[in-house]
Design a protein around this ligand. Structure first.
Ligand SMILES: O=C(O)c1ccccc1N[C@@H]1O[C@H](COP(=O)(O)O)[C@@H](O)[C@H]1O
Length: 217
């Protein structure tokens, strides 16, 4: 049985972390880039001391960051995955992996030429997140892209032998529709928030849909 990968991103407090560690997520994400969801790595380090997250991996989201900055975050927070959410190049990702020695997921913004862009990361990216391109925002927009293009991204990721998560505007009202596609995983930030905080009930509803719809062998 192949399990759907779930990543809950943009956690901003100890309370958010408690909620997502108590969920079925495999990945817990933090934004270390310019955003309303930016978190200070020193605070994240303190929050993590108070929760148990052994069965979950931590993902750090960065946008065109200096590798020295990512390295400084890593000295505080035990990330398993670095998510590059900007216009990072394959050469940058090669250098980042050499320096940090941890997995890197490349975000591909759905736009003209995005599939060609993705092909350029073959053998370099350890996974992909496909997100919506919204003007003046790198991510966390709460906006979905035209999902009819999903199969192209999934096929390309499969060809490269790495997982492909779908992001951008996923919420309780559209998750059922999304799960009709054979995706490897989902990445949600805005869609699991109520008044800017992660919401347990919303997460449980998302996971009810996941459990109901994803049965693959
Ligand atoms: O969540 C943010 O604020 C953010 C800021 C900068 C880069 C990425 C960000 N989040 C990522 O955006 C997508 C989708 O988010 P949403 O569900 O549409 O709100 C996801 O990959 C987050 O990791």
């Amino acid at each position: 049985m192949q399990q759907l990968l779930i990543k809950y991103c943009g956690n901003q407090s100890k309370e958010d972390i408690e909620i997502v560690t108590d969920s079925n997520a495999s990945y817990i994400g933090f934004i270390f880039a310019n955003s309303k969801r930016f978190v200070n790595p020193l605070l994240v380090k303190e929050w993590l001391k108070k929760v148990s997250f052994e069965n979950k991996k931590l993902v750090g989201v960065f946008v065109n960051a200096d590798i020295s900055y990512i390295d400084s975050v890593l000295s505080q927070v035990p990330l398993s995955v670095i998510q590059c959410h900007g216009t990072e190049t394959p050469q940058y990702v090669i250098q980042l992996k050499k320096t940090t020695k941890i997995q890197v997921w490349k975000v591909i913004h759905h736009e003209e030429g995005s599939l060609e862009n993705m092909k350029g990361f073959q053998g370099i990216a350890d996974g992909y997140v496909i997100d919506t391109k919204v003007k003046n925002l790198w991510g966390g927009s709460g906006t979905s892209f035209d999902w009819k293009y999903i199969p192209h991204y999934i096929e390309e990721a499969k060809r490269q032998g790495v997982p492909c998560l779908i992001a951008g505007g996923i919420h309780v009202g559209n998750i059922e529709q999304l799960l009709k596609y054979e995706i490897d995983g989902i990445d949600i930030s805005s869609g699991i928030e109520r008044n800017g905080k992660k919401d347990k009930q919303v997460i449980e509803t998302i996971e009810k849909w996941v459990n109901k719809n994803v049965e693959r062998t």
